[in-house]
Design a protein around this ligand. Structure first.
Ligand code: SF4
Length: 382
């Protein structure tokens, strides 16, 4: 086989992602039209789902699909090895979902048919567990701040469904539905780093106020007259990854008008909006300047401190290794030895310097590109 035919064969081999996206599109979760607890990330997005709006955008789901595979693998292992109750359905008239894992207390576990009882000792209290896979990029944030507001809302909705209705009465879990509502007492988040497998667990008592807040959130979405009344909880494409991957992005923000401009311009309607936005711009600039000042001073102060744990933070040092630059002289010698012509590309920087040193004007011609649009915001005195 020639190199060219190998290349052609590689080009015509279908991507596995085509198959993975097709399988994902057939999952019950993808076909579900009722609001799921995991859809409660953004008020407007949830409103589009409740209204039955057709998605306006094809999104790249590769990271989410990988997360689903890891999720299924880990929960499947927990079911086989520990007899955990995993991926169990909960629902009422307003919302539905699948709880990643439920740990039963001893008394409740005793009411489950013996063959379905967990193989490991029951938890002291009924615990709802949510498993989240995260990239290394977000890992520090996860360890420092734990679940996001949307993740908390999701797990509280699951827990509240279990507390008010119990397990859904569907095939495969009727024996669980017979238990009725359960007294959920603990919430557990299990974060798994999808790049290196690291695990981080955060656990706390069930808070009825948080559950009520999550229910209100859903209620408000259901009371909206149209999705457009829903609040955009994120800053839009190009600023927030949630929007970049949202299936309702165009429905939500529209197309750039005029083309090439940010869609966020749709948020400006009149001069009052402009006044507020410029005030935001100035405030953001001040916060940025002050943040930079604090960070720069801290960096200089800590420069000679040894690595170690100091309160809530761990200090580590990297770098300081030799840097390697391309040896141009040696390359010229090698070219000459191998009889390869040395490229003679004009050195623009050097030529400009030469002309300036000789007191000659540097010739210029109009480029095909324009300079980037620059903003100038100054205090105004009437
Ligand atoms: S594009 Fe962003 S703000 Fe709009 S519905 Fe989607 S997630 Fe919400």
């Amino acid at each position: 086989m020639t190199a060219q035919s190998v290349e052609t064969a590689v080009e015509t081999t279908p991507s596995l992602w085509t198959a993975a996206h097709d399988v994902d599109a057939r999952r019950p979760r993808s076909l579900q039209r009722q609001l799921g607890a995991s859809d409660t990330v953004c008020e407007r997005r949830a409103a589009y789902i409740v209204a039955g709006t057709a998605p306006s955008d094809e999104t790249d789901k590769r990271a989410a699909i990988l997360g689903t595979y890891i999720h299924e693998g880990l929960l499947g292992a927990a079911r086989t090895e520990y007899g955990w109750l995993v991926e169990r359905a909960v629902a009422d008239d307003t919302i539905k979902g699948h709880i990643d894992a439920v740990q039963l207390d001893e008394a409740t576990a005793a009411r489950v048919p013996a063959r379905h009882r967990p193989k490991i000792a029951a938890a002291g209290v009924v615990t709802v567990e949510d498993v989240k896979t995260k990239s290394t990029f977000l890992w520090d944030k996860v360890r420092r701040y734990g679940p996001t507001a949307a993740e908390l809302r999701q797990v509280y909705l699951y827990a509240d469904l279990l507390r008010t209705v119990g397990f859904e009465d569907v095939r495969g879990q009727r024996y669980l539905a017979k238990l009725g509502p359960l007294e959920v007492a603990r919430i557990r988040f299990r974060f798994v780093n999808r790049d290196n497998g690291e695990e981080h667990i955060q656990e706390f008592d069930f808070d009825p106020m948080e559950a009520t807040r999550a229910r209100w959130w859903v209620q408000r979405v259901r009371e909206l007259n149209s999705p457009e009344e829903g609040r955009r909880d994120f800053d839009g494409p190009g600023l927030d990854a949630i929007c970049d991957h949202c299936p309702f992005m165009t429905a939500c923000w529209g197309l750039p008008n005029p083309p090439g401009t940010p869609v966020q311009t749709v948020l400006i309607h009149d001069d009052a909006d402009r006044i507020q936005t410029l005030a935001d711009y100035v405030r953001g600039h001040e916060l940025e300047t002050e943040g930079k000042r604090i960070k720069n001073l801290a960096r200089k102060k800590i420069d000679t401190s040894p690595a170690g744990v100091y309160g809530a933070n761990e200090l580590g040092w990297g770098g300081g290794n030799s840097k390697w630059d391309v040896d141009v002289e040696a390359m010229v010698d090698l070219h000459e030895d191998a009889k390869i012509p040395v490229p003679m590309v004009p050195d623009e920087k050097r030529m400009v310097e030469n002309l300036k040193a000789a007191g000659l004007a540097v010739p210029e011609k109009r480029s095909a590109q324009n300079t980037p649009k620059a903003i100038s915001v100054r205090p105004y005195k009437a």
